[in-house]
Design a protein around this ligand. Sequence first.
Ligand SMILES: [Zn+2]
Ligand SMILES: [Zn+2]
Length: 522
Amino acid sequence: MPSWLVLALALVLDAVLVLAHHAPHPLAALGNWVDLTYDFGADSVHWPDADFQDFRLVSEIKDFLSVGDDQFWTESNTVCSPEHLGTHVDAPSHFAKDRWTAGNIPLSHLVAPGVKLDFSVEANADNNYAVSKERIIEWEKVHGRIPLNAVVLLYFDWERRWPSVVDMFNTPNPADNTTFKFPGLDPDAATWLVSDRSIVAVGTDTPSIDRGQETQYRSHIILYDKNVYGLEMVANLSRLPATQFDVFIAPLKLAEGSGGPVRIAAFVLKEDGADLGYTPQHGATENIVVSYASRNVANWIDLSHPLSPTIPHWPTSKPLNYTLTRVLNSPYIEYRSFCMGEHLGTHLDAARHFSKNGQSINEIPLDHLLGVPGVKFSIKDKAAEDVNSVLTVADVEEWEKRHGQVPQGAVVLLEFGWADKWDEGPEVFVGSKVPGDPESFNFPGFDKPVVDWLFRNRDVVGFGTEGLSLDAGSSTHFPAHRAIASAGLFGIENVAHLDEIPPSIVISQQLSRTYARTCLVL
Ligand SMILES: [Zn+2]
Ligand SMILES: [Zn+2]
């Protein structure tokens, strides 16, 4: 039986506290994770243009709720942000009409071998430094050819300037973009990368792929016209080696996005992890996840729904609303600002959602989100009989008889035949003629006893469901939410395409075939 793992990525918001519980990670023997993302929040830097509205977190509820005699904590916010804020993706559509948006960059371009080109000495000597094609060719003489479908990360020692706008743009007057002084990619090098190498993305630790002094954005235009996307204000590049790592990139899946907040992580191979029992496919670097995918041992399945203004949502969670849309010509530029509830679309519920002072989303350790084993429980048959049925401990025991024990540290996913209902409109998805009234909802979910059992006996780290809520629609006291939050774990709601993944379990040396691109929460 082939093995598989769930890879989930989460965006980050400001945070406070601590996590509870830690399971050993199946990939720990091979390498370690490096988070390449700054916290997404009010301190995040954005292009100093009056159009680019500041980040705002609007509290919708942050209090104890009473339902009958029952009282419990709940917290939920609306996020407002420009698409291009902090660590973010530039979709090709930002500078090239009709190219990929943030929501339709294919997964095969979002999990890729990485290379880091270190130009920190040059950038510190000359803040207007431009990386030439000749310098990239010199780099290849030392480190080997840039691998096929690579993410090329340019390191200029700019992260020590974060989050000062004056220091990132390197000018006493950020309102005047003619005074910006930071390094970037020379347009000739961009042309060479798209014509002589096959890459998926270029990333930089500065605010822009182009130099500060480049006012026509030529490298942006050259790359994005070929559907090569950008990553800007990438964090922690100082912690990466030149080669021997994979990059995982999870942009918010904004269907129309010219860009958007992104979670980026690198998996860096340990030096003694070289003997992994496979032959590298491309170039000089050994990239394990990508190698498995390219050998057809594994394939990627996107478990996220696209975000658009009309998707189903919990009544108290604000739908996606574009507060600004700008499209300019010569050169072509497109960008937006948006507001949306944290709990919209395929998203994580951090513990803090239902546990006062519980873990917030940026405190969930990367190794609980990436490369973790996954299992899928299907209760389709039960759900056909009773639309509010729940997964029980007996269902799990039955599953284990057929598939073996749920592996330690897994994310468990609940399927009940809802895969096609997302597109059939909110009434069908929530099972109610009144999609604004949660008390009328009908769909299956988890229950407290099975959450407690899987946490205590199987060390599960997260619970995902294809429904709108972790709890069954008819539940009014949120017992599964509360059990998951009080265990310090996370939930994933509105998981897409569960019908396309198998129920099988993990063998720890093997790597991912499943990829959940999940987004905002507390
Ligand atoms: Zn941008
Ligand atoms: Zn939620």
